[in-house]
Design a protein around this ligand. Structure first.
Ligand code: IVH
Length: 669
C-alpha cells in the first residue's frame, strides 16, 4: 500500500509537469503515447485507492458527464473593467492624466495584448487551485471550477518550494484558439448544429456548459494577466507576472515594459499587424502603470482603474446597402435613428441593423435610401454606420433620409436642447417607452434591485394598465397579478415580496432609481452623502449643489429642474408614503463627523495607507472639503511622499501647515 501511495504522488507530480511543458511551454519532453501511458497508470491506481482521491489530480481534467448548476459566488475584490480608447490622441490623454496624477514622478507602463475571450478569476490556496469564478457582473460570478480544471494550461497544483503566497488570486482570459474554433465549427457544420459566431462566443458558450466533459473536448486555453492578494511577491505588475510565469502560469509573452509614449505607439503599431499571427483572438492592447505603489496612488473610478486603459484596434468595416431608416425612443426620450440594411458579415456575426447616432450625423453624410454604407463594429455591441460610399451611387438612389419631427410612439413634437446632439421626445410623463424605461431603470439591480420583476413583466403590467410609473409598483394588489393556479400565486408572492423588500434599499440607491437625468450611480452616492436627505437635496440651490465635489453644472441644473416639476414632487411624496428610504440611515449618518468642518484641504503626493480617492472620501465624510490648489484659504495640505516641489514651495510661502498621512488619520480618528 505504502508503495502505491508514493507512486500515485509521483505520477501526479510528473503529469502536472508534463502538462505544463506541453500546454504552457509548448515543449513536450515525452511523446503523447508515453503521456497517455502514465495517465492510465495513475487512473488505475486511483481507482484502486478511492481514499486517496484528489480533486486536483491530473486525472480530473477530463471532466464529468454529470450536469451541475453553477453556484454564484461573490468576488473577494470586484472585477473591474477597463476604459477603452480608440486612437492615439486618447492614449496620449490617458498618459498625461497618469503623469499629472503622479505629479511628474517617472513611471513605467506595461504593454500587453488585450485577449478577446472571457475573464476568469482563479484562486489558489497552498499552491492548489481551489476555485475559478467568471466575471459575472463584476461583483459576483459563476463558480466554474470543474470546467476550468479541464483547461490544460491552467495549473491545478503548483510545484513546491516556490515563492507564491499561501493564498492568492490570479485573473486572466479564457480563450478558444483559432485552430480549435475552426475545427469545432467544422464539426458543428457536419452535424448541422448552429455555428459559433466567433472564438469569444465559442469560449463563453463552452465555459458555461453544465457538462465538464464537453468542456474538456473543446480545447480552451487561458492567458493570465493580473496577480492579486496580500503577500504577492513583487512591487510591480511586470515582476509579479514574471513570478507567476515561474510558478507555471501562462502569461502572454508579448508583455513589454516601456517608459515613453513613443514606445507605447511603437508597441501598438507592431502588434496591430503581428497579432494576426497569434494563435488566439485579440482585440486591442492593454496599458498598465507598472508600479503597484503608483497604481494605488492613482486609484480607481467607479467602473475602472485609472492606472490602466485598453486601446482597441480598429474594427472591421464592411459595405452594404441601406434599405430603410427607423427611429427608436429610449428611456430618456432620446431618439435613435436605426439603419436597416442588407445583411452583412461583420467579425463573424450577421448584421442587419446599425445605429446612425443622431440628426447631424445623417445630415453630414447626406444619407439616401439605397446608399452603400460602411458598417463597423466598434467597442460597443451595436454596430454603427461610419461612412457612405458616394462613388457607388447610381440611378437607383432613393430619397434623402429625413429625421422625424414627431415622436413615433406618442406623436409629440420632438425637441433638441441647446448644445446637445440628441433629439428628444419631451413627453416624459406619458410616452410609453419612456414610462416603461423609467420603471425598468427603477427596478434594476443597482437601483431598487427588484429582481422578481423583469422587462417582460413590466411590459405586460404596463399593457394591462396596472402600472404607469414606478410608484404604482407599491400599489399592486395580489388579485391584479395572480391567476387562478397555484403556481402563478407563488410567483405573485415572490413579486410582491421583492417589491416590499425594496423599501429597505438605502437612500443613495433610491436617489439613483429616481432616474434624474445625469444623476448616475456615483453622483447619487455623492449627493446622498452630502445632503443626507431628499428634502435637503430638493431645497438645495444651484450654488450649494455646485459646491459638492464631483457635481458640475450639467448635473446641478438637471437636479434643480427635476425637483421643480410638480409631477416629480408628487412622485417623491408617493414613494415616501410607501416607506422608501428618503434619507441616510442612522448607521450611515453616524459614520460622518464634523471633525474637518469648514476646512479646505489640498491632497498632494503618494500615500501608503489609502489611495487619493479614499483620502478625498475621508475628508468629505468628516465634513471637510478637498480642493485642487493651494491658496491663502487652504487650511492644510495632506502630504504623502514626493509632494510636488511647486506645491511645497507655495505652501511654505503662504505658511500653510503640512500634515502627513499618520497625523491626518489621527485627526479624524
Ligand atoms: S486587466 C483592473 N489585461 O479586458 C484590470 N484585461 O475591459 C482588469 N482583458 O474584463 C483587467 N486582456 O476580460 C487586463 N491583458 C489584459 C487583458 C484584459 C483582455 C479583458 C478582461 C477585462 C476586459 C477589460
Amino acid at each position: 500500500m505504502m508503495d502505491e501511495k508514493a507512486r500515485i504522488e509521483q505520477l501526479r507530480t510528473e503529469l502536472h509537469r508534463h502538462n505544463y511543458q506541453y500546454y504552457v511551454m509548448n515543449k513536450p519532453e515525452i511523446s503523447d503515447i508515453e503521456f497517455d501511458h502514465l495517465m492510465r497508470e495513475l487512473q488505475d491506481l486511483e481507482l484502486r485507492h478511492p481514499e486517496l482521491f484528489d480533486p486536483n489530480s491530473p486525472t480530473q481534467r477530463v471532466g464529468s458527464d454529470i450536469n451541475h448548476e453553477f453556484k454564484q459566488v461573490a468576488h473577494k475584490r470586484p472585477m473591474l473593467s477597463l476604459a477603452n480608447t480608440y486612437n492615439k490622441e486618447e492614449v496620449t490623454e490617458w498618459y498625461e492624466r497618469v503623469n499629472d496624477g503622479l505629479q511628474g514622478q517617472p513611471f513605467q507602463v506595461c504593454c500587453e495584448m488585450k485577449f478577446d475571450g472571457l475573464s476568469i478569476s482563479l484562486h489558489y490556496e497552498h499552491g492548489r487551485l481551489v476555485r475559478a469564478v467568471t466575471r459575472g457582473d463584476g461583483q459576483q460570478g459563476d463558480d466554474v471550477t470543474e470546467n476550468i480544471k479541464t483547461i490544460r494550461s491552467i495549473p491545478l497544483v503548483l510545484p513546491q518550494g516556490l515563492d507564491y503566497p499561501d493564498e492568492f488570486e490570479i485573473r486572466g482570459e479564457v480563450l478558444m484558439p483559432w485552430e480549435s474554433f475552426e475545427a469545432l465549427n467544422r464539426e458543428r457544420e457536419a452535424a448541422e448544429e448552429p455555428l459559433f459566431a466567433n472564438p469569444r462566443n465559442a469560449a463563453s458558450g463552452t465555459l458555461k456548459s453544465k457538462n465538464s466533459a464537453v468542456v474538456a473536448q473543446r480545447h480552451l486555453d487561458a492567458y493570465l494577466y493580473y496577480l492579486l492578494g496580500e503577500g504577492i511577491p513583487g512591487e510591480s505588475h511586470y515582476e509579479n507576472l514574471q513570478r507567476a510565469s515561474e510558478w507555471g502560469f501562462k502569461i502572454g509573452p508579448q508583455m513589454k515594459l516601456v517608459s515613453s509614449l513613443q514606445e507605447i505607439f511603437d508597441y501598438i503599431d507592431y502588434w496591430d499587424v503581428e497579432r494576426k499571427n497569434l494563435p488566439v483572438a485579440t482585440d486591442g492592447i492593454v496599458l498598465k502603470v507598472n508600479s503597484l505603489a503608483q497604481q494605488r496612488s492613482l486609484g480607481l473610478t467607479a467602473k475602472s482603474p485609472r492606472w490602466a486603459i485598453a486601446y482597441k484596434f480598429l474594427a472591421e468595416k464592411q459595405s452594404t446597402v441601406l434599405r430603410e431608416v427607423t427611429f427608436q425612443v429610449g428611456r430618456t426620450g432620446a431618439i435613435t435613428p436605426v439603419a436597416n440594411m442588407d445583411p452583412v458579415q461583420l467579425s463573424g456575426t450577421v448584421v442587419r441593423r446599425a445605429t446612425l447616432n443622431n440628426e447631424d450625423f445623417i445630415r453630414n453624410l447626406d444619407l439616401h435610401i439605397g446608399d452603400h454604407v460602411f458598417v463597423e463594429k466598434g467597442g460597443e455591441i451595436i454596430p454603427k454606420i461610419v461612412d457612405v460610399d458616394l462613388d457607388a451611387r447610381d440611378e437607383n438612389l432613393g430619397p434623402r433620409v429625413e429625421f422625424i419631427t414627431t415622436c413615433p410612439e406618442c406623436g409629440t413634437p420632438l425637441v433638441r436642447y441647446e448644445g446637445e446632439a440628441a433629439t428628444y421626445c419631451p413627453n416624459e410623463t406619458s410616452c410609453p417607452p419612456q414610462l416603461k424605461g423609467r420603471i425598468e431603470h427603477f427596478i434594476s439591480r443597482k437601483a431598487m434591485n427588484i429582481d422578481s420583476l423583469g422587462p417582460e413583466t413590466i411590459a405586460e403590467y404596463f399593457r394591462r394598465g396596472i402600472i404607469r410609473d414606478p410608484a404604482d409598483l407599491y400599489e399592486i394588489r395580489r388579485d391584479q397579478i395572480s391567476g387562478a393556479r397555484g403556481q402563478k400565486d407563488k410567483s405573485a408572492s415572490k413579486i410582491l415580496l421583492g417589491i416590499q423588500e425594496s423599501t429597505k434599499v438605502p437612500f443613495e440607491r433610491v436617489l439613483y432609481a429616481l432616474g434624474i437625468r445625469f444623476v448616475g450611480e456615483t453622483a447619487a452616492k455623492t449627493l446622498a452623502r452630502n445632503f443626507k436627505s431628499i428634502d435637503a437635496l430638493a431645497k438645495a440651490s444651484i450654488d450649494e449643489l455646485l459646491q459638492v465635489n464631483g457635481i458640475g453644472a450639467v448635473i446641478a441644473q438637471s437636479i434643480i429642474s427635476w425637483f421643480q416639476n410638480a409631477q416629480n414632487q408628487w412622485f417623491v411624496e408617493r414613494l415616501r408614503s410607501y416607506g422608501l428610504q428618503m434619507e441616510l440611515s442612522e448607521d450611515e449618518l453616524s459614520e460622518h463627523t464634523d471633525k474637518l468642518q469648514g476646512q479646505s484641504i489640498v491632497i498632494s503626493g503618494v500615500f501608503a495607507h489609502h489611495s487619493r480617492d479614499e483620502y478625498k472620501a475621508l475628508i468629505e465624510k468628516h465634513g471637510g472639503k478637498n480642493v485642487g490648489s493651494i491658496s491663502a484659504k487652504t487650511s492644510f495640505v495632506l502630504a504623502g511622499e514626493n509632494m510636488g516641489p511647486a506645491k511645497l514651495e507655495k505652501a511654505q510661502k503662504l505658511g500653510i501647515r503640512i500634515v502627513n498621512e499618520d497625523e491626518f488619520l489621527k485627526m479624524i480618528e
